[in-house]
Design a protein around this ligand. Structure first.
Ligand SMILES: [Zn+2]
Length: 499
C-alpha cells in the first residue's frame, strides 16, 4: 500500500516536499519466554534520512496491540525513513544510570512515499536498550491497574535500569523513581511490586520506613519504635506485593512467565538463575514462607489483603469475604486517612457503619488464618455441654508471632444476633475457665453457641483486638429433664434460689 496524502497548507511550502507520507508499523518485544509481545503505548519516533542530517519528522504512540500510524512530511532531499522505538510508555521512561534520554532502539526503514514499515520485534536477549522494553511493559500493567483503582492515571515515573548501586535490591525512591536490577528484567511480580511502591507513595497508602525484610519473619523489634517501624515495614511491603499481584489479576498483561497467578515470584534471570516463590492465596512457598508471623510480617499481611479482596474459594473455609480489588484499594486510599499498618485496616473493617458481628467474624477468620488473631483450640470446640456441667474452659494459641498478650471472649448465639457473653479475660493467659457467675449467665441459652477469642499485642502500644473465627459448641439440657419449652422457667427458678 502506498498512501500519499495532500496536506492543506503545505502546498505553499515551496522548498519542501508538498506531500505528507502516511506511515504505519508495529513494535513488539520478546518476553522472558522468548515470545513476542506488543510493546504497548510506547513512543515511536520517525526520522527522515537526509544527507543534510537525519530529521525527526514525527512522534507517535503505539496502541495496546503495539501498532502505530501517522503522517509525516520529510524535508527536501530526504531519501527515506527510519523508526526509533523509545522505552517510554504511559507508566514510565527507562534510563541507564544517570541517563537523560530514555533508551531507544532504531529499526525498520521505509522509502519515501509512505506505507507500512515492516514490524519491529525487539529482541530483549540483547543489550540494555532492548531489555528496557521488557521492563517498561511490565510497568505498563502497573499503570493500567493504578488508573483503574484510582480512577485517574498515575503520572509517569522514571525507571533506572539496570540499577548498579551497592546491594542487590530493586527499589522505589520518591526522588528518583524506580530502580530495577538487571536480573529482574522479566520478573513481573518484582516490577509490579516496585511500581506499587510508587502508587503507595503518590496515594499515601503507607509510611514505610524501608530497610531489609524477609517473608515469614516479623519485623517488630524490642527497641524504641520497634513495633511501629516493624508493622509499617510489613504493611508497606505487603501492600506492594498485594497490589503488584492484583495488577496482573485486574489489568491486561501478556502470558509471560510468572505473570497472572497468585504467586509472587522473584524471578532471577541471570547467573545464578533462581526463583523464589510465595503464594498470596495459600500457605505455600519457598523457605520460611509457610510461616505467618503476624502483623509485623509482610507474609501475613499480604495474604490477608488478598483474601479480603479476592473471591471466596470453595477450598478455603476461612475466606468468606469478597471486597474486590477496586473496593479494597478505594478503602485504603480514601477511607482510612494516614493508614500505615494492618491494625488501621482491621479497625476500619470492624467499625465502619453497617458492619455486623457476623461480618466481623468473617474478617476475623482471615486474620486468624494468617497468624494475626488468636487461634482457638481444645476440647470445647464442637462439644455438647449440659447446663449442669462445670463451667467450661476456653483455650487458644496466642498467635501474632506469640505477641498477643491480652485477650477477650465473646460468645454468640448460632446466628450472631446476640452476644450472650462479652468479657475481658484477666492476665496474659492462653486458657480461661468461666466463673460460676459467667457460666450461669451463659447457660441460660440452650442450643448452639459460637465463640471468638480476640487478642491484642499491648507491647509498646496496643494493636487489635483481632478477632478469631467463630467456633461452635452446644449447651444441652440435662437428659431426662424437663421439655425444652419449660426449661426457661426452670432455669429462672433455679437462678432465683441461688441469688
Ligand atoms: Zn518492596
Amino acid at each position: 500500500m502506498n498512501t500519499r496524502v495532500i496536506v492543506a497548507g503545505v502546498l505553499s511550502f515551496a522548498a519542501g516536499q508538498a506531500f505528507a507520507d502516511g506511515l504505519s508499523g508495529s513494535v513488539s518485544y520478546t518476553d522472558g519466554g522468548g515470545t513476542a509481545r506488543p510493546a504497548r503505548r510506547i513512543t515511536v519516533q520517525v526520522f527522515a534520512a537526509n544527507p543534510a542530517g537525519d530529521t525527526l519528522v514525527g512522534e507517535f504512540r503505539t496502541d495496546d496491540a503495539g501498532a502505530w500510524s501517522g503522517s509525516v512530511l520529510p524535508p527536501p532531499g530526504s531519501f527515506g525513513y527510519f523508526v526509533r522505538a523509545v522505552a517510554a510508555n504511559d507508566a514510565t521512561r527507562v534510563f541507564t544510570v544517570g541517563g537523560v534520554v530514555p533508551y531507544s532502539v532504531s529499526a525498520g526503514g521505509a522509502p519515501l512515499g509512505g506505507g507500512a514499515i515492516p514490524p519491529i520485534t525487539i529482541d530483549t536477549s540483547g543489550g540494555n536498550a532492548e531489555r528496557s522494553f521488557a521492563v517498561a511493559d511490565a510497568l505498563q500493567t502497573g499503570w493500567l491497574y493504578g488508573s483503574a483503582m484510582r480512577g485517574a492515571a498515575p503520572a509517569r515515573v522514571n525507571t533506572t535500569f539496570p540499577e548498579t548501586g551497592a546491594g542487590t535490591a530493586s527499589y522505589y525512591e520518591p526522588a528518583t523513581g524506580l530502580h530495577i536490577r538487571q536480573w529482574r528484567r522479566y520478573a513481573w511480580d518484582v516490577l509490579t511490586h516496585e511500581y506499587s511502591h510508587y502508587l503507595a507513595d503518590i496515594d499515601s497508602l503507607d509510611a514505610n520506613p524501608g530497610g531489609p525484610h524477609a517473608f515469614g519473619v516479623s519485623n517488630i523489634t524490642p527497641g524504641p519504635d520497634g513495633k511501629l517501624n516493624g508493622v509499617r515495614l510489613a504493611w508497606g511491603e505487603a501492600l506492594a506485593t498485594y497490589n503488584g499481584t492484583a495488577a496482573q489479576a485486574v489489568s491486561a498483561h501478556p502470558a509471560s512467565p510468572t505473570t497472572g497467578d497468585t504467586v509472587y515470584t522473584s524471578l532471577n534471570t541471570d547467573t545464578p538463575a533462581s526463583t523464589f516463590e510465595v503464594n498470596l492465596d495459600t500457605h505455600a512457598g519457598t523457605g520460611t514462607t509457610g510461616v505467618n508471623a503476624g502483623e509485623g510480617d509482610e507474609t501475613s499481611v499480604m495474604r490477608i489483603l488478598w483474601d479480603l479482596a479476592d473471591g471466596t474459594g470453595g477450598s478455603e473455609p476461612h475466606d468468606r469475604v469478597t471486597l474486590g480489588h477496586t473496593s479494597l484499594y478505594g478503602m485504603i486510599n480514601n477511607d482510612i486517612p494516614g493508614i500505615d499498618q494492618l491494625n488501621g485496616l482491621w479497625n476500619h473493617l470492624i467499625t465502619r457503619p453497617g458492619t455486623t458481628d457476623a461480618l466481623r467474624v468473617d474478617y476475623g477468620a482471615i486474620f486468624e488464618e494468617y497468624g494475626v488473631s488468636p487461634h482457638p483450640v481444645g476440647d470445647l470446640i464442637g462439644a455438647a455441654l449440659m447446663d449442669s456441667d462445670p463451667a467450661p474452659t476456653f483455650e487458644w494459641l496466642r498467635r501474632n508471632n506469640s505477641d498477643n498478650d491480652a485477650f477477650g471472649l465473646i460468645v454468640f448465639d448460632a446466628t450472631f444476633s446476640t452476644r450472650l457473653l462479652d468479657i475481658t479475660i484477666p492476665g496474659d493467659v492462653t486458657s480461661y475457665t468461666l466463673t460460676a457467675g459467667q457460666w450461669d449467665t451463659l447457660n441460660n441459652h440452650i442450643g448452639a453457641a459460637r465463640f471468638v477469642i480476640r487478642g491484642s499485642d499491648t507491647d509498646q502500644y496496643t494493636t487489635g483486638s483481632y478477632w478469631s473465627d467463630a467456633y461452635g459448641f452446644t449447651i444441652i439440657p440435662v437428659p431426662g429433664a424437663v421439655p425444652l419449652a419449660a426449661l426457661a422457667t426452670v432455669l429462672c427458678a433455679r437462678r432465683r434460689r441461688r441469688s
